[in-house]
Design a protein around this ligand. Structure first.
Ligand SMILES: Cc1cc2nc3c(=O)[nH]c(=O)nc-3n(C[C@H](O)[C@H](O)[C@H](O)COP(=O)(O)OP(=O)(O)OC[C@H]3O[C@@H](n4cnc5c(N)ncnc54)[C@H](O)[C@@H]3O)c2cc1C
Length: 291
């Protein structure tokens, strides 16, 4: 952490870049702002405790490969090149969220460099941790505006024994009624896409029930457009609705939702406390994001 702390320093505007897959989300940082990168690599994976300690610059792909050796995974997702730190800072949830949990739930502890150039730790290394404020949760989705994350401890989960996707003209409600907690239900306006995961026998049984209702097995989810916005009751052409979490995957991010003025005041106070000089990711605003 010391090298990362030294790189961030204690003065002047600074921004942190991961894989750059969501670089402009929440607004552009100026071209003249100094760019830093979090270190990468996996410190340790403790399968029995179901935790992994990983540097924030590690790609999700590299992390997934290591965890898969012990048939485990984390509830973070993103396109090739995405990093652990970037994925937490963006805080989007996986389309398999019903099984993997939210991005926020995945983070147990974060070691960060604050605006003053000092290292601080938030959260704890254990899954059961009930003391103090959950600062970790605040960092997820904050787009690197409160602190720059160097290393994290993530909660891992068992990989399902069996996993398959089906597609067909059943409505999401009909699919929901026929299955016990599917990992994902997506709706493209014409078809439902459902992901069943768990023990092989259970998945086969549920799949055969759906096949009887005209669903067919497919290789994976439909192609998801790159942007997201909250469900407002309409599905634009080419968009896909994540039924469980009410998020629409679409082209173009749509209108930014109105933020409650009280929330804005609290967010402003938090920013002023964490980063009084506005050093960290200047120009970024987590509230300018439509999801
Ligand atoms: C097509 C598409 C599909 C996606 N699907 C999913 C999905 O299913 N589930 C999901 O969770 N996410 C999804 N995402 C979002 C994805 O997780 C993020 O795009 C990605 O993980 C960001 O990582 P990055 O390394 O590319 O970050 P960057 O684009 O480099 O940075 C994104 C933001 O994070 C900040 N940041 C980066 N590293 C740090 C750090 N160490 N500390 C503090 N702030 C930091 C940056 O300053 C910037 O504000 C998807 C994105 C796309 C484009």
């Amino acid at each position: 952490m010391e090298a990362f702390r030294a790189e961030v320093g204690s003065s002047g505007p600074v921004c942190i870049r991961g894989g750059g897959t969501r670089w402009s989300l929440g607004g552009d940082v100026g071209a003249e702002v100094r760019v830093v990168h979090a270190p990468s690599g996996i410190d340790s994976h403790d399968p029995a405790e179901m935790t992994v300690t990983v540097w924030a610059g590690t790609t999700l792909t590299a992390l997934a490969e290591t965890l898969a050796e012990k048939r485990q995974e984390v509830g973070l997702d993103g396109p090739p090149g995405s990093t652990v730190g970037g994925s937490l800072a963006v805080g989007w949830n996986s389309i398999r969220r019903r099984r993997t949990g939210t991005a926020r739930d995945a983070l147990l502890q974060a070691e960060c460099v604050g605006s003053d150039g000092q290292i601080f730790k938030a959260g704890g290394p254990t899954v059961k941790n009930a003391s103090g404020y959950e600062l970790c949760r605040l960092l997820v989705g904050s787009l690197g505006t409160l602190a720059l994350t160097g290393r994290v401890i993530l909660r891992t989960r068992p990989m399902p024994e069996s996993s398959l996707w089906l597609r067909g003209s059943m409505t999401p409600t009909e699919v929901e009624r026929s299955c016990y907690r599917p990992s994902s239900i997506l709706w493209d306006g014409d078809h439902s896409h459902v992901c069943l995961e768990g023990y092989g026998v259970d998945v086969e049984q549920e799949a055969s029930d759906l096949v009887e209702h005209g669903m067919t097995e497919v290789d994976g989810p439909p192609n998801l457009p790159p942007d997201r916005h909250r469900w407002s009751g309409e599905l634009p052409k080419g968009a896909v609705l994540d039924v469980a979490i009410g998020v629409v995957h679409c082209n173009g991010s749509g209108a930014v939702p109105e933020v409650d003025p009280t929330v804005k005041v609290i967010a402003g106070r938090l920013k002023a406390n964490f980063d009084p000089k506005g050093r960290l990711n200047p120009g970024r605003d987590p509230y300018m994001v439509s999801e």
